[in-house]
Design a protein around this ligand. Structure first.
Ligand SMILES: NC(=O)c1ccc[n+]([C@@H]2O[C@H](COP(=O)([O-])OP(=O)(O)OC[C@H]3O[C@@H](n4cnc5c(N)ncnc54)[C@H](O)[C@@H]3O)[C@@H](O)[C@H]2O)c1
Length: 272
């Protein structure tokens, strides 16, 4: 990548927690940062961060809203080099609650979590790819904020668990294709970090020795931002260590064939 004082990052969910910590870390290294969020605090946070930060009020689960913010960031600085698709929420309804409305008809589930944690990430990758293609062949970097719930189910939180598993799948599925355009895609998978995401009471109840510091998450982000080659990696962040996790071992030789030699057959019908 070019000198860091000319680089531009776009971060979703940047007004709090991990997104804000990442924004501050990059600004300290002379990046310019576009912060996207739905928080009312966004504008004042960005102005406190100084002239290299700009805030876009954007609900990333809306294509129009997220696309407008990407467009605004590109218009402001004329380039986007790194995109952190980090916004996330936990499940907004008890999936196992009442299934019938007042008339006895089945109630449609509220899938807002899927819209924010998964659909919005597809939107963000499409937008990142679009703007990276304007970088005269230099490509760009994408980091998704998955979770340790992308590896180990969080019981009773099915939408969150499905989406975070989904981001691991996206990372591994897209990396070889995006690499052809010098675009890297990796995921950070934090364990429990005390942020605004934690429901009331959880932080107090969580034993201190099992808290992962923000510094470990930043270590994972930096590993992916600073490396031009590393792609398709999933960095589980627990306590002070980032573990690069691999896909599960093949169950048998046939399954290995299906993904390795069989790749030539898949390529007949899918981009390969
Ligand atoms: N805190 C943890 O323990 C933990 C662990 C693993 C993964 N994560 C993931 O880390 C990411 C960041 O979460 P955090 O812990 O910093 O929580 P946070 O609540 O502090 O920050 C999330 C931010 O996303 C924003 N946001 C929510 N919905 C949005 C939308 N529709 N459009 C734009 N912005 C939106 C919120 O306003 C908030 O500022 C999330 O994807 C979360 O799932 C968190």
């Amino acid at each position: 990548m070019a000198d860091s004082d000319s680089l531009v990052a776009l971060i979703t969910g940047a007004a709090s927690g991990m997104g804000l910590a990442l924004a501050k870390d990059l600004l300290a290294k002379n990046w310019r940062v576009a912060l996207l969020d739905i928080s009312q605090a966004g504008p004042s946070i960005a102005s406190e961060l100084g002239p290299s930060a700009v805030y876009f009020h954007s609900d990333v689960s809306s294509w129009e809203s997220q696309a407008a913010a990407f467009g605004g960031a590109f218009k402001t600085w004329g380039r986007i080099d790194f995109v952190a698709l980090n916004a996330g929420i936990d499940d907004k309804e008890d999936f196992f609650g009442p299934t019938a409305d007042a008339d006895g008809n089945p109630v449609k589930p509220n899938l807002k979590t899927v819209d924010v944690n998964l659909v919005a990430v597809f939107y963000g990758i499409r937008l990142a790819t679009h703007y990276f293609r304007k970088n005269e062949g230099r490509g760009g970097k994408i980091v998704l904020t998955s979770s340790d719930a992308g590896l180990y189910a969080l019981v009773g939180v099915p939408q969150y668990t499905a989406c975070k598993h989904g981001l691991v799948g996206i990372t591994r599925s897209m990396a070889p294709i995006l690499a052809k355009e010098k675009i890297t895609i990796n995921a950070v998978l934090p364990a429990f970090v005390p942020t605004g995401l934690a429901p009331p009471g959880l932080i107090d109840a969580w034993p201190k020795e099992h808290i992962t510091p923000m510094s470990t998450v930043l270590k994972a982000f930096n590993m992916f931002v600073d490396n031009d080659e590393m792609t398709g990696e999933t960095g589980e962040c627990s306590l002070d260590t980032v573990y690069l996790r691999k896909q599960p071992e093949y169950a048998n030789e046939s399954q290995r064939w299906g993904r390795e030699e069989g790749g030539k057959v898949w390529a007949l019908v899918y981009p390969g």
